[in-house]
Design a protein around this ligand. Structure first.
Ligand SMILES: C[S@@+](CC[C@H](N)C(=O)[O-])C[C@H]1O[C@@H](n2cnc3c(N)ncnc32)[C@H](O)[C@@H]1O
Ligand code: SF4
Length: 458
C-alpha cells in the first residue's frame, strides 16, 4: 500500500527520539547495577527453569564505515587481536556460568558486532566450542551471525554452516558506488551476490540484508536501483534502517558532509519508495523497518503477535531471558538491564581481576515494566489491546495512563492512531512515525530525565 505524506506532518514529527530497542532507554541507566547485582541476578536465574537467548559481541572491524553507529573497535587484520579478545571472552563465559551454576538451555544464539567474521576460522571454531561447552545450545533454534561480505570466503562460510549456524545477516547498506565511496565502504554488488548464492547452496535457513536509507548522495532513484538489486537476490528478510546521524556521539560521523545528506523530505520519500517496491515484490512489511518473505519466521512472528524487540532490533522471541557477552553487550535478566563496559582495556582489566565486566544497568520498577510492555506492543504489533493490558497488570489501561490521554488524543487527531474503547490501533501513517507514538508513553522523556540526544525520528 502506498502512503502519501504531507510535508507538514514530516516537519511536525521529525524530532529527536529513541529507537526503543530497550525501555527504559540506555541514557537513563545508572551504576545502580554493578557486578555484585549482576552476580546475584545470575544466581537467581540459575535457580529458575528459564531459557536463554545468548548474544556474543565481537567488536572488531578493519575499517570504519563513516556512518557507523555500532560499538566497534578498528584493528588491522591480525590474529593477535582476536586471540586476546577470545581469551577474555572465555574468562567472561566462565564467570557467568559459575554464577549461574550450570548449563542453561539456549534457544537462540546470535553473534554480532562489529564484525564477528573479523575472526579467523580457528578463532570462530574455538569460540563456538567454548559457548557450546558451557551452554546447552538448541541446534534446531536460531543460530545467527552478522557478516560483512568483505570478510568472508567460501571456506569460512562452510565452517560457519558446519558449526551449526543457520541464519546469516549480511551488511549491504547501498550498492551505489558513489554512496559507498562517501561512507568509506567499497563493496561491489558481485561480492554480495556470490556470498548470497553460497548461503543458499549451503542451505542457511534465512538470509537477511541490512540496508540504510538517508546516506550521502542517496536519491529516490539511486536507492531504487539498490532495492532492485536486492530484490533480484531475494533475501528472506530485509532490515531497512533509517540512518541514525548522531555525530555528537559518534565522532567519525563528522567525516560525512551534512550537505550531502538527503533532506528529511527526500529521506522519507526514499523509504516510502523502497517500501512500495518490497511490497510489490512479495515482501511483507514487518513492524517499523523490516520486510520479510511470507515463508520467513519473522513474518509468522509478526502475524501471530510473537515479534519482539531488543538491542538487535526486531527478533523472533523464543526464550525467557537474554544474556549478552563481550564488550558493550547488554543482558536483560530478571527484569534488569545489565550493560557491559564499553572500553576494551577496561573490559580486559576487569576480567583479569576475575570480575564481571559490568558498567551500568537498570532494575525495572513496576511502572517501567508496564511502559516497557506498552511500548513493545506498539513497536512490534502496532496495537494495544486494553483487555490484554488489564489481564496482565490488573488495572484499566485508560486509568493507568490517564496523564497520557492527551497524547493519545493528539496522536488520533494527527491520524497516527485510532483510539477506541477496547484498543489503540496504529494507522498506516502511525506505523511510519511509531517512535513518536511511543515517546508519549516514555516516563523519562516526559520528566526530561532522558539525557543524551537521540537520532531524529524521520
Ligand atoms: C554490526 S553491523 C552488521 C555487520 C557488519 N559489521 C557489516 O557492517 O556488514 C549492523 C548494521 O547496523 C546498521 N547500522 C550501522 N550504523 C548505522 C547507523 N548509523 N544508522 C542506521 N543503521 C546503522 C547497518 O545496516 C549494519 O549492517
Ligand atoms: S557498519 Fe559494520 S563494518 Fe562498518 S564499521 Fe560498523 S560494524 Fe564495522
Amino acid at each position: 500500500m502506498s502512503i502519501a505524506i504531507d510535508k507538514e506532518i514530516i516537519r511536525k514529527f521529525d524530532v529527536p527520539g529513541p529507537r526503543y530497542t530497550s525501555y527504559p532507554t540506555a541514557p537513563v541507566w545508572s551504576q545502580e547495577v554493578d557486578e555484585r547485582v549482576y552476580a546475584g541476578i545470575l544466581r537467581d536465574f540459575g535457580r529458575s527453569a528459564k531459557t536463554l537467548s545468548l548474544y556474543i559481541h565481537v567488536p572488531f572491524c578493519q575499517m570504519m564505515c563513516t556512518y557507523c553507529g555500532c560499538n566497534v573497535v578498528i584493528r588491522r587484520q591480525e590474529d593477535k587481536y582476536g586471540d586476546v579478545y577470545l581469551e577474555h571472552l572465555s574468562r567472561e563465559i566462565d564467570l557467568v556460568v559459575k554464577h549461574i551454576g550450570g548449563k542453561k538451555p539456549v534457544k537462540q544464539f546470535h553473534w554480532g558486532g562489529g564484525t564477528p567474521t573479523y575472526l579467523n576460522e580457528g578463532q570462530i571454531e574455538r569460540l563456538f566450542h567454548k559457548a557450546a561447552e558451557n551452554f546447552d545450545i538448541d541446534f534446531k533454534g536460531e543460530i545467527a551471525i552478522e557478516i560483512d561480505p568483505r570478510t568472508i570466503d567460501a571456506a569460512k562460510l562452510k565452517k560457519l554452516r558446519g558449526l551449526g549456524f543457520n541464519r546469516i545477516s549480511l551488511g549491504v547498506q547501498d550498492f551505489d558506488p558513489q554512496v559507498q565511496e562517501a561512507v568509506n565502504r567499497r563493496q561491489p554488488f558481485d561480492l554480495v551476490k556470490e556470498c548470497a548464492e553460497l548461503c543458499r547452496e549451503l542451505q542457511f535457513q534465512s538470509l537477511n540484508f541490512d540496508l540504510i536509507y538517508g546516506l550521502p548522495f542517496q536519491t529516490q532513484d539511486s536507492f531504487l536501483r539498490t532495492v532492485g538489486k536486492v530484490i533480484a537476490l531475494r533475501p528472506d528478510r530485509i532490515a531497512l534502517y533509517s540512518f541514525a546521524y548522531v555525530p555528537w556521539l559518534k565522532k567519525h560521523q563528522n567525516k560525512i558532509d551534512p550537505k550531502l545528506l538527503p533532506s528529511n523530505d527526500v529521506k522519507l520519500d526514499i523509504f516510502l519508495a523502497a517500501r512500495s517496491a518490497f511490497l510489490a515484490h512479495g515482501y511483507q512489511a514487518i513492524a517499523m523497518d523490516h520486510f520479510a518473505l511470507e515463508s520467513d519466521d519473522m513474518a509468522a512472528a509478526f502475524n501471530n503477535g510473537t515479534l519482539y524487540r531488543n538491542f538487535m532490533g526486531y527478533t523472533v522471541k523464543p526464550a525467557d531471558e537474554y544474556i549478552g557477552l563481550g564488550l558493550t553487550s547488554i543482558s536483560f535478566l530478571q527484569d534488569t538491564f545489565i550493560h557491559n563496559c564499553k572500553v576494551l582495556p577496561e573490559y580486559y582489566k576487569l576480567l583479569h581481576e576475575g570480575r564481571l565486566p559490568v558498567d551500568r544497568g537498570k532494575v525495572l520498577n513496576g511502572d517501567d515494566l508496564i511502559r516497557q510492555w506498552t511500548i513493545n506492543h506498539l513497536m512490534c504489533q502496532f496495537r494495544i489491546d486494553k483487555g490484554a493490558f488489564k489481564d496482565r497488570f490488573h488495572v484499566a489501561f485508560d486509568e493507568y495512563f490517564s496523564r497520557e490521554q492527551r497524547h493519545i488524543a493528539r496522536c488520533a487527531e494527527d491520524g497516527l492512531v485510532a483510539a477506541g474503547e477496547d484498543a489503540i490501533q496504529v494507522t498506516e501513517l502511525g506505523k511510519i512515525f511509531i517512535r513518536n507514538v511511543c515517546m508519549g508513553f516514555d516516563f523519562y522523556l516526559q520528566q526530561d530525565k532522558g539525557p543524551g540526544r537521540f537520532s531524529r525520528t524521520v
